[in-house]
Design a protein around this ligand. Structure first.
Ligand SMILES: NC(=O)c1ccc[n+]([C@@H]2O[C@H](COP(=O)([O-])OP(=O)(O)OC[C@H]3O[C@@H](n4cnc5c(N)ncnc54)[C@H](OP(=O)(O)O)[C@@H]3O)[C@@H](O)[C@H]2O)c1
Length: 206
């Protein structure tokens, strides 16, 4: 299901935490070859300090002609080792974009604006928890104002297990009153094996 969802988007975004822990490929290889769309999603990594290893699968797949060129978003302010890391990653095949930081993280509105300028019209944010919470926080901040919402649809998978602190939570305390959180409209719920998958749409504010 995740690979089908990936195939429906121009780009797939993860944080550097996920890139380091999972070494993901962010492609659609699990779709049967006969029905696999030829178009691959663009892999995007939020990586303020350019920590992505050059032997990661995203870069090696690109070098071997098995994946699109990964785009890395990093901090526009200099840090020690920045120019070395830039050269190494560019030589390894990455494209690097520079955005400023807000509250210690890369600015999501600036990332989305740059992606739009680069022709990306649909983006799937695959994780991890820190990145998903940043996008949800942007959706909350843009709720009720006249800019387009930063998030339009959320896919929630519930598995029959406890994950403790490893789960994604909508941060407690980030919205003090009911009217400050976006309204969610249920689209569909489906059972996939033992998981329940629910799609909801974020409605525009009043
Ligand atoms: N169950 C699932 O479907 C699923 C999906 C994906 C991942 N995961 C799991 O999630 C875990 C990783 O999650 P994580 O929360 O530790 O890391 P993450 O969300 O993948 O990455 C977080 C890092 O991304 C960078 N970043 C840059 N701009 C950001 C922004 N605006 N907002 C948030 N982060 C930004 C920060 O590092 P810098 O400051 O260095 O840039 C931050 O520490 C992995 O173990 C993976 O297995 C699970």
């Amino acid at each position: 299901m995740t690979h089908w969802m990936r195939s429906m988007h121009d780009a797939i975004l993860v944080g550097i935490g996920t890139a380091l822990n999972d070494n993901p490929q962010l492609n659609t290889r699990l779709i049967p070859e006969v029905s696999r769309p030829s178009k691959l999603p663009r892999p995007i990594i939020l990586d303020a300090h350019l920590r992505l290893p050059i032997d990661c699968k995203l870069l090696s797949n690109f070098r071997q002609g098995r994946g699109l060129q990964p785009w890395i978003f990093c901090s526009s302010s200099d840090f020690p080792e920045m120019s070395n890391r830039q050269c190494t990653l560019l030589e390894a095949g990455a494209v690097i974009f520079y955005v400023s930081c807000e509250n210690g993280f890369l600015s999501i509105p600036q990332v989305l604006e740059e992606l739009y300028n680069q022709g990306i019209r649909s983006l799937m944010v695959e994780g991890g928890a820190t990145v998903i919470n940043s996008f949800l926080e942007c959706a909350r901040q843009s709720h009720g104002v006249t800019v387009p919402s930063m998030v339009d649809t959320i896919i929630i998978t519930t598995a029959p297990m406890f994950v403790g602190n490893g789960g994604v939570e909508y941060k407690v305390g980030c919205a003090e009153r009911v009217g400050e959180v976006p309204t969610l409209q249920h689209i569909r719920t489906a059972l996939m094996g033992t998981d329940t998958v629910t799609a909801v749409r974020i409605l525009r504010g009043q």
